[in-house]
Design a protein around this ligand. Structure first.
Ligand code: NAD
Length: 495
């Protein structure tokens, strides 16, 4: 059985902690490897490597740092089929979906290729006679990223592309459920020209995370994962003086107004709810049917479900793979079990689907007649389950979404531009789609939800990512003639 190691100072390093975690192929249920879980000392070794690499890397020219990002982009593109299959083997999503993840991740690398332009500061000449002021952005030093299982390539790229391009050195703590991809990306980064120690991977669990949160030489932590852990990372990291951005879970609503094209809305809801087996933080998990839209919309969605091909990613005709673990499959099934008792109607039950015997499969499910007080409505299920909640008016739909604990993404389907604009104006959610079900911002904007979907002030990637991984230094400069020099104890004035 193979073991999955750390990547420290430009090479693979086997874990010596004696602690490991099994890694599965979710499509077969088989254990494929064991990942070593870092001890605190192993995290410290990565921090030392990163700290030693930082002075030379931050002094490396912007052109060279951009060139390294261009090289990396090229290498990922050349190997995209292999990487997609690797993601599929450990995550379970079908390779075509993994290729989509990779493409969206690479957009962040492309953004980082333009880092020289992003790091341009401001310059004001003659703020006072003969005095100029300018601001520069400098890297923080050693920064860390802690990532979830559901996007093992894309979410690390949200972080490390900007972190490295801005001149930091980086420590990635990937999910222990699908850790291999991080090592492959590390190899490609090294081939692209990232010097040893600038990018490190520490495999691990809570022990590694807690050491990252405590380590005095780590300046900033980016986290993406579930809300309880995001909150913990934010409170602990900031209490230890670190800059922290922590993105959490979601429950994304898609509003369908009576004037919407029902067939188009049904296609969008099905694609956004069941893609990647619903294991996307921007998946649509609730359709809000306004007015008399409920019956035709539920019929249109239900009619599409038998055609969805569920199975292992090794068969290219499959559209949806398994969920990540047997425990998670059972948790998803638990929501279906509990829904009728809460008063909801299970229209399509994924537990009874005809599925492969092995692996962590569960079929697609549709639950109608959700109510705001139901657990199945309130909680993030993170599986192939779409709920429908019926409301009478647009205002009720907006109020419902605004009261929900999560505010990651939302969408509205309508032909009424005024209603769409009002929705965009009033909704308390960070990312909004208008006739777009999964409004993940392109890499030159920034990603972030509201409410319990984020902790801290900073969105991730794009311009917000550049801000997060740098700090501003403002320089006031004067080149006077020494002959004019004198002492003046008054506060410096500009006029
Ligand atoms: P998770 O919170 O269980 O794990 C995320 C990371 O935290 C992993 O690296 C894990 O090892 C670590 N971790 C887990 N438990 C910990 C603990 N007790 N102490 C310290 N560290 C711990 O999340 P997951 O199951 O891997 O990912 C799914 C979740 O991530 C969902 O809630 C999903 O909505 C969310 N997510 C959010 C976004 C976003 O951008 N908002 C994107 C992707 C995923």
């Amino acid at each position: 059985m193979s073991s999955i190691d750390h990547w420290i100072n430009g090479r693979l390093v086997a874990s010596e902690s004696g602690q490991t975690s099994p890694v599965y192929n979710p499509a077969t249920g088989a254990v494929t490897a064991h990942v070593g879980l870092a001890s605190s000392a192993e995290v410290d070794a990565a921090v030392t490597a990163a700290k030693n690499a930082f002075p030379a890397w931050r002094s490396t020219s912007l052109s060279r740092r951009a060139e390294v990002m261009f090289n990396f982009r090229q290498l990922v593109n050349e190997n995209r089929t292999f990487i997609s299959e690797l993601i599929s083997r450990e995550h379970g999503k079908v390779p075509s979906d993994a290729a989509g993840e990779l493409a969206r991740g690479l957009e962040n690398v492309e953004f980082a290729c333009g880092i020289p332009a992003m790091l341009k500061g401001g310059y004001s000449e003659s703020v006072s006679t003969g005095v100029d002021v300018y601001s520069i952005r400098q890297p923080l030093g050693v920064v860390a990223g802690i990532t979830p299982f559901n996007f093992p390539a894309m979410v690390p790229m949200w972080m490390f592309a900007n972190a490295i391009a801005t001149g930091n050195s980086f420590i990635l703590k990937p999910s222990e459920k699908d850790p291999s991809i991080s090592l492959y990306l590390a190899e490609l980064l090294a081939q692209a020209g990232v010097p040893d120690g600038v990018f490190n991977v520490v495999q691990g669990d809570k022990v590694a995370v807690d050491r990252i949160l405590q380590h005095p030489d780590i300046a900033a932590v980016s986290f993406v994962g579930s809300t309880p852990i995001a909150k913990y990372i934010y409170t602990t990291g900031t209490a230890n003086g670190k800059r922290v951005q922590a993105l959490g879970g979601a429950k994304n609503h898609m509003v369908v107004l009576p004037d919407a094209d029902i067939e188009m809305a049904a296609d969008a809801a099905v694609s956004a709810a069941y893609g990647s087996a619903g294991e996307r933080c921007m998946a649509i998990s609730v359709v809000v049917a306004v007015g008399d839209v409920g019956d035709p919309l539920v019929d249109a969605i239900a009619k599409r479900l038998p055609a969805i091909k569920v199975g292992p990613g090794t068969d290219p005709s499959n559209e949806m793979g398994p969920v990540i673990t047997a425990e998670h499959r059972d948790k998803v099934a638990g929501y279906l079990e509990g829904a009728p008792g809460e008063g909801a109607t299970v229209v399509v039950d994924g537990r009874t689907a005809d599925l492969p015997a092995d692996g962590f499969f569960i079929g697609v499910s549709l639950i109608d007649n959700l109510k705001p007080d139901m657990k199945v409505y309130q909680e993030e299920i993170f599986g192939p389950v779409l709920g429908v909640i019926r409301v009478a008016t647009f205002d009720e739909a907006v109020a419902l979404i605004n009261e929900h604990q999560y505010g990651n993404g939302t969408a509205i389907f309508t032909r009424d531009g005024g209603a769409a604009r009002q929705f965009q104006f009033e909704i308390n959610v960070g990312m909004v789609g208008i006739n777009v079900p999964i409004p993940v911002p392109v890499a030159y904007y920034s990603f972030g939800g509201w409410k319990s979907s984020i902790f801290g002030d900073s969105n991730i990637y794009g311009p917000a990512g550049v801000d997060f991984y740098t700090r501003t230094k403002t320089v006031t400069s004067r080149w006077p003639d020494p002959a004019t020099s004198s002492i003046n104890l008054g506060f410096p004035e500009t006029r």
